[in-house]
Write a protein that binds this ligand. Sequence first.
Ligand SMILES: NC(=O)c1ccc[n+]([C@@H]2O[C@H](COP(=O)([O-])OP(=O)(O)OC[C@H]3O[C@@H](n4cnc5c(N)ncnc54)[C@H](O)[C@@H]3O)[C@@H](O)[C@H]2O)c1
Length: 331
Amino acid sequence: MEIVIRFLQSIAPVFLAHGIVGIIAFCVRLYMQGGKFRKQTDETGKVAIVTGGNTGLGKETVMELARRGATVYMACRNKEKVERARREIVKETGNSNVFSRECDLSSLDSIRKFAENFKKEQRVLHILINNAGVFWEPHRLTKEGFEMHLGVNHIGHFLLTNLLLGVLERSAPSRVVVVASRAHERGQIKVDDINSSDFYDEGVAYCQSKLANILFTRELAKRLEGTGVTVNALNPGIADTEIARNMIFFQTKFAQYVVETILRPLLWAVMKTPKNGAQTTLYAALDPDLERVSGQYFSDCALAPVAPAALDDQMAQWLWAQSEKWAKIAL
Ligand SMILES: NC(=O)c1ccc[n+]([C@@H]2O[C@H](COP(=O)([O-])OP(=O)(O)OC[C@H]3O[C@@H](n4cnc5c(N)ncnc54)[C@H](O)[C@@H]3O)[C@@H](O)[C@H]2O)c1
């Protein structure tokens, strides 16, 4: 008996330490999950498009829109993956008005085809969510030769939005939601090397594209004044999705092992679940109080300040004019 008591006494501090660490980690996790969009809305009769809706934040966004009765188009590059996700969403929500369509944002032709077909299928569009994104891509070019972060995250969505503006205006009140990131704070629009041809860094390229997202949002909001179409950008926070698939940690078996056994348990406390990461997108897309709010930036379901570079109106106009040329938008 004495041995048992001594043994228990010797391991008690270890259990206590683990318990305290566990409780702290749990509290940190609760705090890090951020703001929630709790208002109940009925979206029956509304039509929405979500780019990149087959994984991560996009999938959770589609799931919630479908749960609330909306007709949702998942605009994605991977046909099979998106169809799997669509079936899962239909099964879980009971809403069969969820459609998967091919739209590769790294190809202007694919975007044009998607928009054209969508307009043949639907006469209205109330919510366009520019969610898809690439992160930490090795130096690769889109079909038309743009650096991948700039091409997919900014130019692809720039073209898609412009092609859908007519239907959005006819369907007003309607909304465009741009999923940006706090990474825009470290971004810079490299006017002389926008395509990162002279110097390439994955992080710099991502931050530039996310700054472009916010400059685009602010400029579009000005152009849409009085139309009943609003556009807002947001930061979803750090969420546990597939976004980091290209980072070095995920490239080798050993690195994956380290991530899964050491990093992931540590990150568990500080990362949002995909569902919680989608809350600010849903807030921007659905909150009735935001019907007339445009040109803003949200984080954790509330207004948030943007970096000074995102307030540069001249840069926003320059980027818009360039983007029209890059996306070959006929004026
Ligand atoms: N997860 C985070 O921590 C985090 C933080 C800040 C911002 N974001 C932003 O949130 C958005 C969603 O990312 P996520 O975290 O859900 O990552 P994710 O990788 O799970 O989802 C990104 C989606 O974009 C799609 N996509 C990529 N290239 C595409 C292309 N060429 N054409 C069409 N679709 C394409 C992918 O297929 C995928 O469905 C992105 O814009 C990302 O920059 C995420």
